[in-house]
Design a binder for this molecule. Structure first.
Ligand code: ADP
Length: 428
C-alpha cells in the first residue's frame, strides 16, 4: 500500500507488478527498443541508465501506455496495459516527465497537484476531503506546501519539478515512472527526491527511473538496466551492471568503478579515452596516499611520461588510477601498514626513477615508511605542498621533522600545474 493510499485502494488493486515481454518500439524508421524484457516488482527501485538515445524514454513511454509497442506485450498485474482504460491506468501509474516547462503556467501549485487526483474522481464529481488531504500530503512530502497558492510560472525550474512530482504522488500510484525527473535540479534536491523515492519504495511502490547520473543511479537503485541502442545490455544489481566493460560498451568511455569498503556505496568516474602510447624512457615516481597521487599520476601520464608509484594502498583511488594506466607499482593490502617487502620494492622504484614526486599527503604510523623512502630520493625529490605539514601530520611530530629536512633540500611547488610543467621540462 502506497504511503498516500487509504485502506481499500483502487479497484484494479493487485500488487502493481509490471511485465515487459519481448517489446519492440519503432518511431517511423527508428528501431528505438529491441526485444525489451523486464519484470518490475512492488517496492523495487529500478534505474534505467544508458547514453542519450539509448531508449530509456521510449521504455518509460511504452510502460506508461502512451507508446504502444509494435511487438510484444506489457502487462500490469497480468492485464495488457493497452487494454486498461487511461483513467484506471492513471490510478496505478504516474509519470514524471523530463521537462514540464510549458505546462500548467496559469495554475497554482495546489491546483496542479490536485489534478493528480483526477483519476480517482468520478465523472462530473468534485474533489472530496480525502482528495484535499492527499494533495496536502503530497505537497508536504515534496516540500512545496509553502508555495501552494503561487502560480506555477512563478517558481524556479527545480521547484516546478517538485510540484510535478507532488502531482504524480497525489495519484497514489503503485508504479511511479520518472524520466530524468531530477536532471535539472541541484544535487541537494536530487538527493531529497531520491530519499523520498526510497521511502515510497519502502511502502511498496515500484519506481522506474531513467537516470542520467550513474552515481545517483548506483546510490539509489536496487537494480539497474543499462540500455544501449535500444537494447537492454545489462540487467541486475549495481555491481553487475556498472562494470568497466559495460560502461565502455554503452558510453564508449573508460570508467573507474569503486565500492567504498565501509559504506558500500559505489562511485563511478568517467575518464577520457586512454590509448597507451609511447612513454618517456625515464620514469617519474609518485608517492601516493589517500587519493592525492591520482591527479598527479593522471597528469603525468597524459603528458606522455613513464610513471611508477608506491606505496599504494588498494583502497585508495590512487590505486585505481595506477591500475587504469597500467603503471608499475609497489602495492600494499587494505588496512595494512607498509610491509618491509613492499617498502623495498618502493625504494627500488624510487632509485630507478629520475624524479620522485611527493604529493600533499597525510602521514600516520601506517605510511610513515613512504616519507622515509622519499628521503632516499635525495635531490630527485619534488614536493607538492598545498597545505602545511602540521595539518597533515598524524604521527607525534615525526613526520613534521622528516618532512622539514626534505623540504630544505628540494623543490617545493604549491600548484599541480607548475609541478607537472617542471617535471615535463626536466625529462623532455
Ligand atoms: P533516451 O531516453 O535513452 O535518450 P529515447 O528513448 O528518447 O532515448 O530515444 C531512442 C531512440 O528513438 C533515439 O534514436 C531517438 O532519436 C529516437 N526517438 C525518440 N523519440 C522519437 C520521436 N518522437 N520520433 C522519432 N524518433 C524518436
Amino acid at each position: 500500500m502506497g504511503i498516500l493510499e487509504k485502506e481499500g485502494g483502487s479497484e484494479i488493486g493487485g500488487p502493481g507488478r509490471v511485465r515487459v515481454d519481448g517489446v519492440d518500439c519503432y518511431y517511423v524508421e527508428t528501431h528505438a527498443l529491441n526485444n525489451a524484457q523486464l519484470t518490475v516488482r512492488p517496492g523495487e527501485v529500478i534505474g534505467l541508465v544508458g547514453p542519450n538515445g539509448s531508449g530509456k524514454t521510449t521504455l518509460i513511454k511504452a510502460i506508461s501506455g502512451v507508446l504502444k509497442p509494435q511487438v510484444g506485450i506489457i502487462t500490469l498485474d497480468g492485464v495488457d496495459v493497452y487494454q486498461i482504460k487511461p483513467k484506471r491506468l492513471a490510478q496505478q501509474m504516474a509519470v514524471v516527465p523530463q521537462s514540464t516547462d510549458t505546462f500548467f503556467f496559469d495554475f497554482t501549485v495546489e491546483e496542479v497537484v490536485l489534478m493528480g487526483r483526477s483519476p480517482h474522481i468520478k465523472f462530473l464529481g468534485t474533489e472530496s476531503t480525502n482528495d484535499y488531504d492527499v494533495t496536502r500530503k503530497a505537497l508536504e512530502m515534496t516540500d512545496v506546501a509553502q508555495f501552494a497558492d503561487r502560480k506555477i510560472a512563478e517558481l524556479s525550474g527545480g521547484e516546478r519539478q517538485r510540484v510535478i512530482i507532488a502531482r504524480a504522488l497525489a495519484q497514489e500510484p503503485k508504479i511511479l515512472l520518472l524520466d530524468e525527473a531530477t536532471s535539472q535540479l541541484d544535487i541537494g534536491i536530487k538527493i531529497e527526491i531520491f530519499d523520498l523515492v526510497r521511502r515510497l519504495a519502502a511502502s511498496g511502490i515500484a519506481v522506474i527511473a531513467a537516470i542520467h547520473d550513474l552515481n545517483l543511479a548506483a546510490q539509489y537503485c536496487d537494480r539497474l538496466l543499462l540500455l544501449n541502442r535500444g537494447e537492454i545490455i545489462a540487467d541486475g544489481a549495481v555491481e553487475e551492471v556498472l562494470t568497466q566493460e559495460h560502461i565502455a560498451e554503452a558510453f564508449g568511455v573508460s570508467a573507474l568503478v569503486r565500492k567504498h569498503p565501509i559504506t558500500n556505496a559505489f562511485s563511478i568516474t568517467l575518464l577520457p579515452h586512454h590509448t597507451p602510447g609511447e612513454r618517456s624512457s625515464e620514469t617519474v615516481h609518485v608517492i601516493p596516499g589517500g587519493g592525492k597521487g591520482a591527479p598527479i599520476i593522471h597528469a603525468l601520464v597524459q603528458k606522455g611520461l613513464s610513471v611508477s608509484a608506491g606505496v599504494v594502498n588498494t583502497l585508495d583511488s590512487d590505486y585505481d588510477v595506477a591500475e587504469y594506466y597500467g603503471i608499475e607499482c609497489a602495492v600494499e593490502a587494505p588496512f595494512s601498514p607498509i610491509s618491509s617487502e613492499v617498502d623495498s620494492r618502493n625504494v627500488q622504484l624510487i632509485q630507478e626513477a629520475c624524479i620522485v614526486v611527493l604529493p600533499n599527503i597525510c602521514f600516520g604510523p601506517a605510511n610513515l615508511k613512504n616519507l622515509e623512502a622519499a628521503a632516499l630520493a635525495g635531490d630527485k625529490l619534488v614536493i607538492l605542498e598545498e597545505t602545511p605539514i602540521e595539518s597533515r601530520d598524524f604521527t607525534p611530530g615525526v613526520a613534521q621533522r622528516l618532512y622539514g629536512d626534505l623540504r630544505e633540500r628540494c623543490l617545493v611547488f604549491t600548484e599541480l600545474a607548475t609541478l607537472v610543467e617542471h617535471v615535463e621540462s626536466h625529462i623532455g
